[in-house]
Design a protein around this ligand. Sequence first.
Ligand SMILES: Nc1ncnc2c1ncn2[C@@H]1O[C@H](COP(=O)(O)OP(=O)(O)OP(=O)(O)O)[C@@H](O)[C@H]1O
Length: 357
Amino acid sequence: MALDREAVTRVLAGVPLPGGGDLVGRDLIRALSVEGGAVRFVIEAATPDEARTLGPVQAEAEARLKALPGVTSVQVVMTAHGPAPKAAPPSLKIGQHPTPQQGGPQRISGIDRIIAIASGKGGVGKSTVASNLAVALAREGRRVGLLDADIHGPSQPKMMGVNQRPASPDGKTIEPLVAHGVTMMSIGLMLKENEAVIWRGPMLMGALQQLLGQVAWGKLDILIIDLPPGTGDVQLTLAQRTQLTGALVVSTPQDVALLDARKALDMFSKLKTPVLGLIENMSTFCCPNCGHVTPIFGHGGVAAEARKLDLPFLGELPLALDVRVAGDSGTPIAATDSPLAEPYRALARRLIAGGMA
Ligand SMILES: Nc1ncnc2c1ncn2[C@@H]1O[C@H](COP(=O)(O)OP(=O)(O)OP(=O)(O)O)[C@@H](O)[C@H]1O
């Protein structure tokens, strides 16, 4: 039987909690995703203290899931409401409380434009678009930065093929890494592998502020920010503190993804962040064997939505096995000579022509 959310939920419902009840019954599971054999979710504790007592529960849940047939990997993140713990956050002091900021959103010196890549729903390919667009823009000669701000599931280190810990010779400035011509930084590079993230609210804002302000980005034509999916703290903090050129919203053509994309669009409108355009990912599926093209998710939905909302439609990106394989291998397809690099090149050129990159 194929692995699915129900099977995973059943296992989690069997993991007991110290004070009675179980992980599912007491509603502690958030953002559960099951992709192939990869299971990811967040355990949301009420307080940082409770998060600490749930350590053994997290380990038990991981062990039980790993024993479930079909599971190849389990990634669990712990979050907590309430005041952030006083204990030192990860090294290089990423994750400190934010410092007060006078005035409204600010520019980052040396960076001409900042574009956030957003999606309403997880798993629609936002990170894939961010990395490929960054590489395609760099191939067009732009000076490009890529900031992975997806605190709960940073995927850019894997997609861009980097895993070194960034250096901080002076203990204050963080030196970004460079991959495929792109200057990059990810919150994932600052955390130890499997380290539980128990930041919420202020700590999260502090971490983001540090990544924007303490990373030695140098001179950039454009900084691309890969946001977490949805409409949460990171999006809010970013729009309130940083002068964004605008946001690009990625969606698949399915109604359910579009429904969530509308929520993201509504959030940007409330935050007064211009939406520069919509992108349809997984538009059509090109069979790697016979070349036949199928609109698996009902191609054209995002273009129609863009027309309806009077927003620019910036392009369609096909669903293709090679795109995923390239992302998994650390060399985005846009960095290769594959014909599948073409739609990303076209997107990059379109942004450059429109003065957005
Ligand atoms: N056009 C595409 N063709 C094939 N696979 C794709 C494509 N776009 C994304 N994928 C694959 O789908 C999965 C999810 O993509 P990705 O991580 O980019 O999505 P996301 O929206 O950033 O997800 P998350 O919400 O987890 O941050 C990845 O395995 C990725 O390789």
